[in-house]
Write a protein that binds this ligand. Structure first.
Ligand code: MSP
Length: 515
């Protein structure tokens, strides 16, 4: 069995979850479910990034201790994952003991190896923002933006990780294997950043300035820089949770484009190399959601609350919308109307109606039992070929991470089902006893396409798929594909359907107004 260790970025616990967080977790959850369906042995890890300046500041503003603050925030994240049916095997919070132990073990090991050294750090420090500023933040006239208040030049004793030692190795590796990063064009961004000599990475902060972090085991006056701590979540969360380095197994990391360079594209491979651990299998880099083409931002009020959307439209409609709308790796613009339209069209009208119509006709004409299909006629042969072809394309595209296109292919199967019913008009066939075999075949074929599609689309719309399968008289739990997948379902004749209910009921504002 192939093993897949799949991770998400761990979200900063300095504010509540937003659309970007929700998309990434839904995406990873769908990939995990899909891989399980294909028979892979999957471990899905997610979590929260709870240390660092931002958290310390937000906690201060809220009048809470940092630990109290992140405990409260974690409730919002965990609640959202429950609502959205994002179900990781492990959810790691970086304030957990197992993680602190691992980070300290790594620090000691790299210090002893000489890959972490003491040095001085000199830079421009904003007293108001309590952070060092980089040249990027400087205005064209050489001054610093207002928001930073007084900016002073400061020198600090700190510890550094010898990134420079691994630069040539990393450059060669990425030149040889650009497919380590998906989409491949992103590997150029990392290579670009590797053109100039890399400065060593400052991995500690004096406790006096930042108390909220993991102390260095060899210098208690310092705490670990948040990225160094955060990236190691992948090692802590890789195995049995005992906080030992040896548990690492190479992962597919799902991340957003903003944390590729330098964190995941440079720091992380160099850290793995320094630790003597194998590289990750892949960085799967998704794009950013915008709204009205603008950045999502709390300060401008341009925000999207995923929990509200899931409540209004249902978690599965939200999941379907984000995965159908965004081409993985590229940006997309969020539009609530388009979410509502996809729910009403593709989900309720196309998928939901197919089950509703065919299921009720089986109730009406065949006593709620799936009839045995006669020898397929030409129309049925063509229909089955279309559906099986669509399934194969779905599978190929999913494996290439083209989820939005894969869903389009799967829906060709659903659409073919509806067209077949229109063309055969079972309500007419039912009136003619001579057409009884054709009626059987029509209804059986409709049940078959639904079974095939629902089993696959479970990774995207888990609750609906399972409810739909129960209506088809099957267990609601999706299992791994049989070895001969995709095959036309052979054993459905005689199965009693469950009670047929709309999969996507009308929303309040879609219901006809009664006077
Ligand atoms: N804590 C770090 C990640 C550490 S991973 C070892 C972090 N946290 S974050 O909360 O800022 O972002 C978490 C994830 O959400 C990142 O992958 C980020 O790219 C993603 N997104 C944040 N805003 C986003 C959008 N507007 N759209 C899509 N994803 C976005 O970075």
């Amino acid at each position: 069995m192939e093993r897949l260790f799949l991770t998400t970025a761990i979200d900063y616990a300095n504010a509540r979850p937003h659309l970007g967080h929700a998309y990434e977790k839904v995406l990873t959850d769908a990939l995990a479910r899909f891989a399980r369906r294909r028979g892979e042995d999957v471990r899905f890890l997610s979590g929260l990034d709870e240390h660092g300046q931002k958290v310390q500041q937000s906690a201060g503003k809220a009048g809470k201790s940092p630990q109290e603050f992140v405990d409260d925030i974690s409730v919002h994240f965990l609640g959202l994952w429950r609502d959205l049916r994002v179900e990781p095997d492990d959810y790691l919070r970086t304030t957990e003991v197992r993680h602190k132990k691992l980070v300290q073990e790594v620090l000691s090991l790299l210090y002893e190896k000489g890959d972490i050294i003491r040095g001085t750090f000199q830079g421009f420090y904003s007293v108001r923002a309590e952070q060092f500023l980089t040249e990027k933040e400087r205005l064209p006239d050489g001054s610093w933006p207002e928001i930073y208040g007084e900016v002073v030049e400061l020198t600090e004793e700190n510890y550094f990780f010898k990134l420079s030692k691994y630069q040539d190795w990393l450059r060669e590796l990425l030149q040889k294997q650009p497919s380590l990063i998906f989409p491949e064009f992103r590997s150029k961004e990392v290579l670009g950043a590797l053109e100039k000599p890399l400065p060593d990475l400052c991995i500690s902060r004096p406790k006096a300035r930042l108390a909220w972090g993991i102390p260095l085991p060899f210098d208690e006056t310092q705490v670990t820089y948040v990225w160094f701590d955060a990236l190691l979540n992948y090692v802590t969360g890789a195995g049995s949770g005992q906080g030992r380095i040896g548990e690492w197994s190479p992962a597919v990391h799902v991340i957003g484009k903003d944390i590729l360079v330098p964190a995941h594209g440079i720091y992380w491979p160099c850290m793995l190399k320094a630790l003597g651990l194998p590289l990750f299998k892949k960085l799967l880099v998704h794009g950013f959601w915008t709204r009205k083409s603008e950045k999502l931002s709390k300060s401008t009020g341009n925000i999207v609350d995923p929990r509200e959307l899931a409540e209004k439209y249902g978690a599965d409609s939200f999941r379907y919308y984000v995965l159908r709308e965004m081409a993985l790796g590229h940006d997309a613009d969020f539009d609530e109307e388009s979410l509502a339209a996809r729910r009403k069209g593709e989900l309720a009208h196309e998928l939901g109606n197919l089950l509703q119509r065919a299921g009720s006709m089986i109730g009406r004409y065949r006593d709620g039992k799936i009839p045995a299909a006669a020898q397929p006629d030409a129309m049925s042969e063509a229909f089955r070929a279309t559906v099986l072809g669509a399934l194969k394309k779905w599978d190929e595209l999913m494996q290439k991470y083209q989820i939005h296109l894969a869903l389009g292919e799967l829906w060709k199967g659903v659409q073919a089902g509806n067209q077949m019913i229109e063309a055969r008009a079972p309500w007419k066939l039912a009136k003619d006893p001579a057409k009884s075999a054709e009626l059987d075949a029509t209804l059986a074929d409709a049940m078959a396409v639904l079974e095939l599609v629902l089993e696959e689309v479970e990774c995207v719309i888990p609750r609906t798929a399972s409810a739909g399968l129960i209506q088809l008289g099957l267990p609601g739990k999706v299992t791994r594909r049989p070895a001969d997948w995709p095959q036309w379902p052979a054993h459905q004749a005689g199965r009693v359907l469950g009670s047929i209910e709309p999969l996507f009921p009308l929303l309040e504002d879609e219901k006809p107004k009664s006077s």
